[in-house]
Each structure stands twice: as C-alpha cells, then as structure tokens.
Design a protein around this ligand. Structure first.
Ligand code: FAD
Length: 577
C-alpha cells in the first residue's frame, strides 16, 4: 500500500473551474473510472474519474473551490498495483526511430483505432463519436486551437460580428417608428476581444476540454500520409511524430480560392482577413456575391463602410430561387453603394494603401478605387495537400476525395468527410457525415440517408432554403406544386417592422409531400429547420397546416404557406379560380 495524491488532470484551457459536487469521502473504496468530483465551467460540467483502484484517505478540496490542472483532489492508498495514466492532450512528440519504414503497420500495438486528420466540425465530431463508441482515437490538427474553419475563422466569428451588425441596423430601423438612438460608438478592440475570447475561445476551449474527457489524444502539427496505415505529423519546431492507425478519417476541409495574379497587398483580404476585423474601411469591394461575401458585406455595411459587390453571374446567391433572393437584393441595393452583376474583375492594382480595380461588363470596362478588397469567390478542398496518394487514396484534380455512402474512400479503411468530399461546404453536413463515418468504423451498420441539407445566408434579411428549389425542379423536369405566404400578412412580421419576407413551400405533385422550401426574412435560418424535419418525415401540406403553431410567430408562416396550398387559409384572401 502506498499513500498518493490525486490531482486535477488536463481539463483543457480552463484555469478556474468550480467544484460543484464531491462523490466520495474518506474511507471510500473507489475503482478506476468512478467519478470522484464534478467540475463546472461556463461551457459544461465534467466528472473527474479515478485512474486507480484504491481507498480515499483525505479530501483535499471542497464544493465551491475553484480549481485548475494540477490542484490536489484527494490522497488515497492504492489497492493492488492498479493505476492507469491520466488523460492528456499533447503536442506532437518526436520519435527517435526515424528509420522505421513507411509501410503498412496495420494492427501495430501502438496504432490508434482511428486517427482523424483535421479538427473542424467534421474532424472533432468524428473523433468524439468514435471515442464515445469505445475506440482509441487521435485527432491531428495543425493549429493549436481545435474547431477548424467553422469555429475559428468561419461560421462562429462571422455570426458574432453579424450579431453586432444586427444590433446597429435594428437601432437604425427603430428610428423610423419613433425610437431614435445616437450614432453608435464602435470600439473595434472590444468587439475583437469579445469575438475572440468570449465566443471563439469559449467554444474551442470547450472542445479541448471535451477531447480530454473523452480521452481523445490531440496531436498538434501538420499531418501527411506516409503509407496506408501511417501519418507523419510535423509540429511547429519541425519535429516529426509517426502516428499509426487501423482506420483514418480525412477531415482536412477547404481554403479560400485565390484569384490568380492578385497582387500581394495588405488591403486585399479573404474571409479570414475580414473576420480579423482590423479596421472599418471607408470603401470596400467584395468580389463574389455568394453567402460568405454578402455576410461580410452585411457586417461592414452596418459598421459604416460603403460596400460595392461585384458578381460574375446575373444574380446574388446562385443556387437559390430568385424570388427568395429579391427581398435581400432590394435591401442591399438601398444600403450598399453598388451591386455590379454580370461583371468581372479584370485587374486589381495597388495604388499606395488603396486598390484600383478594373471591371468589365457588356458595356465595356470601368475603374473604381477602394480602401479594401475582400476576395470571396468560393473555397477549394485541401485534399491535395496531405500526400493521400501514399496511402493509395484517390484525390481528383480539384482536390476532392470521392466516398461512398459510408464515407469510405477507395481505400476501405480510410474515410473522408466534410468540405474535402464536396459541396455543399457546410458545417452541419460535415458533422452529420462525421458521426456516420465514426459509427461505421465502430462496426455499426449505418450509411448516409439524409434527404436534404439546408443552406442559410445569415444576411439581413436571412435567406434559407432546403431540398428541391423551383429552378431545380424546372431544370430536372420534377413535377411540383408550390405555395407561398407573404410576410406582409404576418402579424409578427408587421410588429417587427420587417414585412419583406416570404415563406415558400414546394410539394411533389404526385405524393403531395413537401420536397423543398425557401424562406427569406428575419430569422429565416431558424425557421427553415421545420421544413427540414417535415421533408425528412415525409410530411405533406395537411400535416404541416394542421400542426398548431404558436401565435404570433414567424413560424406560423410555414403553416400558413401550407394552408395556402390546401386552400384553407383565412389570413389571406385568395380568389377561387
Ligand atoms: P474545416 O472546418 O475546414 O477544418 C479542417 C481542419 O483541418 C482545419 O482546422 C485545418 O487546420 C485542419 N487541417 C487541414 N489539413 C491539415 C493537415 N494536413 N494536418 C493537420 N490539420 C490539417 N458553414 C455553415 O454551415 N454555416 C455557416 O454559417 C458558415 N459560415 C462560414 C463563414 C465563413 C467566413 C467561412 C469561411 C465558412 C463558413 N461555413 C459555414 C463553412 C464551414 O466553416 C465549413 O463547411 C466547415 O468548417 C467544414 O468543416 P470540415 O470539418 O470539413 O473542415
């Protein structure tokens, strides 16, 4: 018997977490994995399990104490010799055996059951699900903060800034109906701090903590395949760790497309640069009228920049029906300086700190000068940057990796998920795929069966759509019937002073089931979820219309669009044909 002290293990990036419960007392016998105490951070509560079989001698903390990694929990005596190593999050370590051949090492003793390459929403979800299913998992990420594009430089920081924008524009709108606010004072540094620490930091810190709780080994460094069962991870000091696996999941995501011949200039930025939020340029050009560019335009417009958007195609947000984009475009035309459609950027030239841009459309060329240019013309997959060929995995010319419905690549024990396997490049697609890949590896008989993936532009107003669009139906000769409810007839939209919205439903002509939906208006991104569920459940207009929706809400517009289809609507008068 030996008297030992048990301390708080690695709990992620937290240094003051409250003890909210103690599950043992002096004299208790505990077994490995028995919960000793429960801690609670702002993000989650977590049990700290024993990593020994023994008898508690003395408790060294109490409920209400604030603790961090390394603080004492209790002293104990070991029973027998049983003691396991606590969970840890580690940086890439060097293995001295660099002469090991790069050949398949399947079923090595040191091999992980699953190695996940990339820690975005696809990667961390896959790693966590696999660990929850009892597999030994490593998660490789080149950056010190896990969470990928979505948490660090995508979905989450953009939504934090869009929230700021919403506060400003709502205050402006209020002046039209009797409440006047002074012009806002904008403290860029504070906004940045809030976005980085209170939003992104909390989420990514929470992920690290959950990785620890699940015993997922996080390896920091850049991973490349060296064989069909091994990846080399190079850390920032150029040290290499060989990681062996029985199965791997490629979740390396994507990066912004760079327009060739664009000069290297501090004021030409991509979405990551725009989210850094260094300044508020007086005049800003957004190259690309897709979702990401327009969301950034919404932010900088609210903060005072004069925005110009240039788009090669004949409309903003391609892929979405025009009647849904129209209310957004109308509002943007009022707020933005210019929206150039059917126009391409021919040249961007540095002019000191400014940028002289030459455009071309059917009428010829014209020039304009901007303080900042955001290039937002799409994203390209990272598939070509990981030596996948050394593992035998096929990557196409554009960098995408082809997979089957279980997310297996052409090498059956190597899977791929998320942006790297194709469009739509969206976080919720990546997480859904991630769970399936992890479950397949764990031996479950599952495959991808979702019917639809929703898309949302978190602009003002928001535009959201799911399933078959009217355009698609026309192009593919799908027989549909549609109905729409204009928000001008919605009490809630009127009360919000935002009546430009529209809820549109698309039904299969034969089965009468809902197969598509589109919503434009405030909170459309939240509202679309009902249509997603209805489509997955095979609901028809009657199912939706007869579901009692709360009043007064914008969600009623979904029921009312169904009532329009059924001919039972009373909130509109529709003349009978
Ligand atoms: P990623 O999130 O790209 O993660 C891949 C990870 O792999 C990264 O952390 C990368 O560093 C790491 N990695 C790559 N190669 C290696 C390597 N060789 N070794 C180690 N690590 C590697 N989607 C939405 O659904 N909703 C939104 O609102 C939304 N907003 C967005 C806003 C912006 C500005 C941007 C840029 C994107 C937005 N997206 C949004 C898209 C979303 O971020 C992506 O679809 C999602 O992050 C893809 O997840 P993923 O797991 O496939 O890859």
């Amino acid at each position: 018997m030996a008297n030992k002290t048990f301390t708080i293990p690695d709990i992620g990036n937290f240094d003051s977490v409250e003890v909210i419960e103690i599950h043992v007392k002096a004299g208790d016998s505990v077994k490995t994995d028995d919960a000793l105490i429960t801690l609670e951070s702002e993000k989650a509560s977590m049990d700290i399990p024993a990593t020994f079989d023994g008898v508690v001698q003395e408790l060294l903390l109490k409920v209400g104490d604030k603790v961090k990694q390394g603080d004492n929990i209790l002293s104990y005596d070991i029973i027998g010799a049983k003691e396991t190593k606590p969970v840890e999050t580690k940086s890439a370590e060097t293995k001295s055996d660099s002469t090991k051949p790069n050949e398949p090492t399947n079923n090595n003793d040191d091999a992980y059951d699953v190695v996940v390459l990339g820690s975005g929403p696809g990667g961390y979800t896959a790693a966590f699900r696999a660990a929850d299913l009892g597999l030994k998992v490593a998660l490789i990420e080149r950056f010190s903060s896990i969470g990928g594009v979505c948490l660090n430089v995508g979905c989450i920081p953009s939504k934090a800034l869009l929230h700021m924008a919403k506060v400003i524009t709502e205050a402006e709108d209020a002046s039209h109906h009797g409440i006047k606010f002074n012009k806002p004072e904008i403290d860029l540094e504070k906004i940045r701090e809030w976005k980085n620490n209170d939003v992104v930091g909390k989420l990514t810190g929470g992920l690290s903590q959950m990785a620890g709780q699940r015993k997922v080994t996080v390896i920091e460094g850049y991973g490349k395949f060296t064989g069909s069962n091994s990846i080399d991870v190079e850390d920032k000091d150029k040290k290499t760790t060989k990681v062996n696996f029985n199965s791997a999941i490629i979740a390396v995501g994507s990066k912004p497309i760079v327009i060739p011949n664009t000069p290297d200039h501090a004021n030409i930025i991509d979405s990551t640069g725009a989210l850094e939020f260094k300044d508020i340029p007086e005049r800003m050009l957004i190259v690309g009228g897709g979702i990401i560019g327009l969301e950034m335009g919404t932010v900088y417009d609210a903060l005072g920049s004069k925005i110009t958007v240039v788009e090669l195609a004949d409309g903003l947000i391609q892929g979405c029906d025009r009647d849904l984009v129209r209310p957004l475009q109308k509002r943007m035309e009022k707020r933005f300086e210019n929206i150039h459609l059917n126009t391409k950027v021919v040249e961007i030239k540095a002019d000191g700190d400014n940028l002289k841009v030459t455009f071309e459309n059917k009428d010829g060329q014209f020039e304009d000068t901007f303080n900042k240019v955001l290039i937002s013309v799409g994203r390209t997959p990272n598939g070509k940057l990981i030596d996948a060929e050394l593992a035998g995995v096929n990557v196409d010319d554009r960098g995408f990796i082809n997979v089957d419905r279980q997310f297996k690549t052409n090498v059956p024990h190597i899977y791929a998920i998320g942006d790297v396997i194709g469009q739509p490049m969206l976080a919720h697609k990546a997480t859904h795929e991630a769970k399936i890949a992890a479950e397949v590896i764990a031996g479950e008989k599952v495959e991808y069966q979702a019917n639809v993936i929703p898309s949302v532009a978190y602009t003002d107003p928001e535009v959201a759509w799911v399933g078959v669009t009217e355009n698609e139906a026309k192009q593919n000769n799908i027989e549909i019937e549609k109905s729409a409810f204009p928000w001008a007839a919605s009490g809630r939209a009127l009360s919000n002073n935002r009546t430009e919205g529209l809820t549109k439903l698309i039904f299969d002509k034969q089965t009468k089931r809902l197969i598509g939906a589109g919503i434009v208006g405030v909170n459309a991104g939240e509202l679309i979820a009902e249509a997603c569920l209805a489509i997955e459940m095979g609901a028809d207009a009657q199912d939706i219309g007869l579901t009692i929706h709360p009043h007064p809400t914008l969600s009623e517009s979904v029921a009312m669009a169904s009532e329009v289809y059924e001919g039972t609507i009373t909130d509109l008068f529709i003349r009978k044909r």
